[in-house]
Write a protein that binds this ligand. Structure first.
Ligand code: M6R
Length: 613
């Protein structure tokens, strides 16, 4: 994870670097630091543990230097402390490096460097890099050659920016593998480097995304691109479209609440332009596969991590029921190492709101190499996944700032629903009458989600009782199983209460042993084909004195009587129910986290984008 930034221009670099880091904080926020080259003076370096806003704005004095780099960290090696914060420097304090990724062979390199007299100040894997550059420079290499030689010696995936006070006009950026990317930005009289595009919006007019094993030597007047092996490469600029728009949380106390409340609109945005009401079809602009090609697909593999994996799980029910095509769901971090049986007739659909999740990217890349057609469902235009895929289905949710995925989760499921209809209509496996019904139903979705949001007052009360729990089980069945898993993930990530989601059919195979009068079970028990089974599970929990918070269909008198608390959602078609049912569980997790005084938008140990394995 981590965000890295660089600026090289004619203004003081520090405010530019800090501003870019602020926009990269979603990648990690346990420490922050900057290094500025001030010609003729020692390297300006400031860093500390804590969020950027606290460490930068309160303690960093101004600097006149016009070239600098910075970092916002998510710790992998070594606790969040000042010493472990980036930038890291060499023994002479001339070379500074910010890094995203893991130097897998850092142990052996550190040992060797220490034996040859290098003094280490941190516990990080990164610190070997400036010492390796120092070693190269001492052997007579140029800065560029020394960085190249350092990169040659490290293993793993990396994005690196480096500066050297003796080369005060250059920042060197390197990308190896999937470690969150690195973008070079061209502004008016200034050059930028950043982990991703949003950090450059409003500053860069055009950009170049570094490819795997590429290096950029950036100066005010000229930027050169080479491979890490030193071959010059021509890179075309891409125009940057759009402005810097830093969303605010407006009247809401947290971004997460704002983003939950935005869902009727974000779902409307995902639907817009995709349903042809007259022809009763789904239209996907720019879809690259012909009817003949789509008919050749023998199966679909849905991939994702975390919330996106849960969205993919719900997508499987949609895909099989609507498009009648065999579908499997895979955790990208496992699938990438499986050597799976995949060929050009296996359609891969990766769900990744950020488009930068390292496991999803690595899986996409290896499956693409097997000739599989690749679709991504993504919320960030221009992200790495969108550049790897044959087709991107945009979630259109607008920026999501809270670390917990909310509107992108429901938007991903809606995209999967629409994609299922599209594949079904193209393959001729979806009868017209059923298609009409599905499209008619989906047009009511934003409204149904709006109704589900009206439960927020009641959920606040339930959350007060809930906030003292130390163990929560969340169960569901059928298409509500992914809803249960996602509900548990939301609870654990922001409220820090241990929560386990499971398919209710598993209850007697283990989880029931946990139930006593202290356990809370959230039961997703909507009036669908699994309802009677869920009522049985609820009774079994109650018989063991467990408390039950039931997520029920409006007007359900049985659950009103049997459960300890009931949260109601409107009656909703089966395939759309995970989208509507997700909403009260998001609100519940949010209210519990608030009641416990947790930092909702930036929960501990997490980051919005997971760019390391
Ligand atoms: O950006 P992605 O959708 O690929 O992210 C995958 C997971 O890291 C993500 O869904 C994570 O689980 C959520 N932020 C949790 O709310």
């Amino acid at each position: 994870m981590c965000g890295i930034a660089g600026y090289c221009g004619y203004d003081p670099a520090l405010p530019h670097v800090v501003e870019m880091l602020r926009r990269l904080e979603y990648r990690g926020y346990d420490s922050a630091g900057v290094a500025v080259v001030e010609p003729g003076r020692p390297l300006y370096i400031r860093k500390d543990a804590g969020k950027l806003g606290i460490v930068a704005e309160q303690c960093w004095p101004a600097s006149e230097g016009t070239l600098g780099i910075g970092h916002t960290r998510w710790a992998t090696h070594g606790k969040p402390t000042m010493e472990n914060s980036h930038p890291h420097t060499d023994c002479t304090q001339n070379v500074a490096v910010c890094h995203n990724g893991i130097v897998e062979n850092h142990g052996a390199l550190r040992q060797r460097l220490m034996e040859s007299g290098h003094v280490f100040r941190s516990e990080t894997d990164t610190e070997v890099i400036p010492h390796l550059v120092e070693e190269g420079l001492a052997a007579g290499a140029t800065f560029e050659e020394a960085v190249r030689s350092a990169v040659d010696q490290i293993t793993g995936a990396h994005a690196i920016v480096a500066v050297d006070t003796r080369n005060p006009d250059e920042i060197i950026g390197v990308r190896i593998g999937h470690a969150g990317g690195l973008v070079v930005g061209y502004g008016d009289d200034a050059m930028y480097l950043a982990s991703d595009l949003p950090a450059l919006m409003g500053h860069a007019k055009s950009v170049v995304h570094l490819n795997d094993r590429e290096m950029a030597v950036v100066s005010r007047k000229k930027t050169r691109f080479t491979t890490v092996d030193g071959l010059e490469v021509e890179r075309k600029h891409q125009k940057v479209i759009g402005n810097a728009c830093s969303p605010t949380n407006g009247k809401f106390p947290h971004y997460m609440l704002k983003e939950i409340m935005e869902q009727p609109q974000s779902l409307h945005n995902a639907l817009r332009g995709r349903v042809d009401v007259k022809r009763q079809t789904v239209e996907l602009e720019g879809f690259p596969f012909s009817q003949e090609r789509v008919s050749q697909f023998k199966r679909v593999v849905l991939l994702g991590m975390g919330t996106s994996y849960h969205a993919a799980m719900a997508g499987r029910y949609m895909m099989e029921s609507v498009a009648r095509i065999p579908c499997q769901v895979e955790n990208a971090s496992e699938f990438r190492y499986m050597d799976p049986v995949v060929d050009s007739d296996t359609l891969i659909v990766a769900v990744t709101q950020s488009g930068e999740t390292v496991d999803s990217l690595a899986a996409l890349e290896s499956l693409g190499a097997k000739g599989a057609p690749l679709i991504v469902i993504c919320n960030v235009p221009g992200s790495e996944a969108t550049r790897v895929a044959d087709y991107t289905m945009s979630i259109n949710a607008g920026p999501e700032i809270g670390v917990a995925s909310t509107k992108t989760a429901t938007g991903s499921m809606l995209c999967l629903y629409l994609l299922s209809i599209y594949l079904g209509q193209t393959r001729g496996t979806l009868p017209v009458s059923k298609r009409r019904l599905l499209l008619n139903e989906v047009m009511h979705l934003p409204n149904l989600v709006g109704q589900a949001l009206q439960t927020s007052e009641h959920i606040r009360e339930v959350a007060r009782r809930f906030s003292l729990a130390s163990n929560v089980l969340v169960m569901g069945r059928g298409i509500s199983t992914p809803t249960a898993l996602e509900g548990a993930l939301k609870i654990k990530e922001i409220s820090y209460i241990h929560a386990e989601g499971y398919a209710a059919g598993e209850m007697k195979h283990g989880p029931i042993a946990l139930i006593d009068r202290h356990t809370i079970t959230v039961a997703v028990a909507l009036k669908d084909q699994m309802y009677q089974k869920m009522l049985g599970n609820v009774s079994e929990v109650r018989a063991r004195e467990g408390k039950v918070v039931a997520l029920a269909t409006k007007g359900d008198d049985v659950l009103a009587h049997d459960a300890t608390d009931v949260i109601e959602i409107p009656s909703v078609p089966y395939l759309l129910s995970p989208i509507v049912a997700a909403v009260p569980l998001q609100l519940l997790a949010y209210e519990v986290a608030v009641a416990r005084g947790n930092p909702v938008d930036m929960p501990r140990n997490l980051a919005k984008t997971v760019t390391v394995e």
